[in-house]
Design a protein around this ligand. Structure first.
Ligand code: C2O
Ligand code: CU
Ligand code: CU
Length: 445
C-alpha cells in the first residue's frame, strides 16, 4: 500500500526529473542589505564590521534552475543608496541594476523587485552597482548559481567565493576607499584573502572524489593565479559559459571572473597539498591546503571528463559584423601622460566622472559586433560588458565570457550578437579603475 505522503513524494521527485519547459515560478526571495559583523580572520581577532546581504559575507548563494523565473525583492537597510547587479546574467535592461542608467538608486529603507528569467545555466554573481568600489569592498557580493537541467555527475558541487580585504590591526576595514593611489595604480589590493568569507586553512577531500569547484572572484582589484600542487584541475566553464574541457596549470581569475573546475582528488589518503596564489611576482602566498582524509571514497576518480551542454548563445556573423575599436589608456606611468584630476583612465580618450556613462558606439538590434580592445597602459584591466556574453576570438579556446582580462599592452577581439536592447555598461572591473573613468556604454537597438 502506498500512503498519500509517499505518493506525493514520488510525484515531486518525478516532476523534478522531468524536463519541463514552463518551470514553476521560484518563490520570492527577500534579500536584505544591511551592516553586519563577520569573523573574517576567524575567532582569534575581533569581528569586522561589514555590509552584508542577509547578514552574511559573502551573501547567500542564490540557486535557481535554468529557465526559472527569478523574483527577488532587495531591501536596503544600509545608510546609503544601493542597487543589485546580476553579473553575467543576460537580464532585460530594466533589471540590470545600474543607476542611473537602468533604475533609480534604492534609497535607505526602500525596496526594489528584480524579476527575470534565468536563461543560461552557470556560475554568476551579484553585487551593487553604485559606489561599488566601496560597497563591494565592504562585503556586498554573493554567488548566483543557475543549475543545468542535467548537471554533470560529481560527488560535490562546491562554491569558492574569493575576496580580498584591507584590514587594520584591529580587524576593521581601512576606510580609504577610492584612494587616488589605488585609483591610478593596480586598484585596492588588500592584505587578507578570504574564501567564502573566512581566512581559509584547509579544504578537506577524499581520495577518488570528483569535485566541481565554482570559483568567483569578488575582490575589487586582486587577480588570483591559483596553482593546485600535485593536482590538475580541468576547466569546464568560464564566466558560467561551458568551454571545451581542458587542464590548466594556473587558474587565473581576474575581478568578477568565474571559472568552473573539475577537481579530481588523485592524491593519496592522509596527504596535504597547497593551493598557492602566484599571480603577482614576489607576492605568492598559500591560500589553503587540500587535506586528504584517511579513507578512500573509491580507487580513482571517474576517467571520463564531464561535459556541460552549451547555453543557447547566438553565434556572431563575423563576416558581416560591425567593428568597434576601444583603446584603453591612462593610469600612473602613462607614456602619453593624459592624466587630469580624478579622470585617470580613458576609453577612446574619454574618461567618465561620477556616474557619467559616455557612449562608445551604437549597434542595431540583432547586429553582430566585433569589439577590438587594445590595452595601451602598463596595467591589467578585466573588461566587462553588460547584457551579453561575448566570444573571445583571440583566445585559444574562443570561449564565451562576460569579463576578459587584458594584460599590459595586450589586444583582444570579442564577438557577440547585439540581441538585448539597452544602453549597456562596459567597464573595467577593477573597481578603482571604473571610479577613475574607465567606464562607458555601448548602445543596442
Ligand atoms: Cu560586475 Cu558592471 O559589473
Ligand atoms: Cu555585469
Ligand atoms: Cu582597469
Amino acid at each position: 500500500m502506498i500512503t498519500r505522503r509517499q505518493f506525493l513524494l514520488a510525484m515531486t521527485s518525478l516532476a523534478a526529473s522531468m524536463p519541463s519547459r514552463a518551470q514553476p515560478a521560484a518563490p520570492v526571495h527577500r534579500l536584505v542589505a544591511a551592516p553586519a559583523r563577520a569573523a573574517l580572520v576567524g575567532d582569534a581577532a575581533p569581528p569586522t564590521t561589514v555590509w552584508a546581504y542577509d547578514g552574511s559575507v559573502p551573501g547567500p548563494a542564490l540557486r535557481v534552475r535554468r529557465g526559472d523565473e527569478v523574483d527577488i525583492v532587495v531591501e536596503n537597510r544600509l545608510p546609503a543608496d544601493t542597487s543589485v547587479h546580476w553579473h553575467g546574467v543576460r537580464v532585460p535592461f530594466e533589471m540590470d541594476g545600474v543607476p542611473p542608467l537602468t533604475q533609480r538608486p534604492i534609497g535607505p529603507g526602500e525596496t526594489f523587485r528584480y524579476r527575470f528569467r534565468a536563461k543560461d545555466a552557470g556560475t554568476f554573481w551579484y553585487h551593487p552597482h553604485l559606489r561599488s568600489f566601496e560597497q563591494v569592498d565592504r562585503g556586498l557580493a554573493g554567488a548566483f548559481v543557475v543549475e543545468e537541467e542535467s548537471p554533470p555527475e560529481v560527488d560535490r558541487d562546491v562554491l569558492w567565493v574569493l575576496d580580498d580585504w584591507r584590514l587594520g590591526r584591529d580587524g576593521a576595514i581601512e576606510e580609504n576607499f577610492g584612494h587616488p593611489m589605488d585609483v591610478s595604480h593596480a586598484g585596492r589590493l588588500g592584505n587578507t584573502a578570504t574564501l567564502n568569507g573566512r581566512v581559509a586553512e584547509a579544504f578537506e577531500l577524499r581520495s577518488g572524489e570528483r569535485l566541481r569547484l565554482r570559483l568567483v572572484n569578488a575582490a575589487n582589484a586582486r587577480i588570483f593565479g591559483l596553482e593546485f600542487e600535485a593536482h590538475r584541475p580541468l576547466v569546464i566553464a568560464y564566466d558560467g559559459q561551458p568551454v571545451e574541457p581542458h587542464a590548466i596549470e594556473r587558474v587565473v581569475l581576474a575581478p568578477a571572473q568565474r571559472v568552473d573546475l573539475v577537481l579530481d582528488a588523485t592524491a593519496a589518503p592522509g596527504t596535504r597539498h597547497a593551493v598557492v596564489d602566484r599571480f603577482y611576482a614576489n607576492q605568492q602566498y598559500r591560500l589553503l591546503d587540500l587535506v586528504y582524509g584517511e579513507e578512500r571514497l573509491r580507487p580513482a576518480p571517474p576517467a571520463e571528463a564531464p561535459r556541460l551542454r552549451p547555453n543557447d548563445l547566438p553565434e556572431p556573423d563575423l563576416a558581416a559584423a560591425r567593428r568597434l575599436r576601444v583603446e584603453l589608456g591612462g593610469g600612473m606611468m602613462d607614456p602619453k601622460r593624459r592624466m587630469h584630476g580624478a579622470r585617470v583612465w580613458t576609453m577612446n580618450d574619454v574618461s567618465a566622472l561620477g556616474h557619467e556613462h559616455p557612449r562608445l558606439g551604437a549597434l542595431t538590434l540583432g547586429e553582430s559586433c566585433v569589439l577590438e580592445l587594445v590595452n595601451d597602459t602598463v596595467w591589467p584591466h578585466p573588461m566587462h560588458l553588460h547584457g551579453h556574453a561575448f566570444r573571445v576570438l583571440t583566445s585559444r579556446y574562443r570561449e564565451w565570457r562576460d569579463t576578459v582580462l587584458l594584460m599590459p599592452g595586450e589586444r583582444a577581439e570579442l564577438a557577440f550578437v547585439a540581441d538585448n536592447p539597452g544602453e549597456w555598461a562596459f567597464h573595467c572591473h577593477i573597481l578603482e579603475h571604473q571610479l577613475g573613468g574607465m567606464t562607458a556604454t555601448i548602445r543596442v537597438g
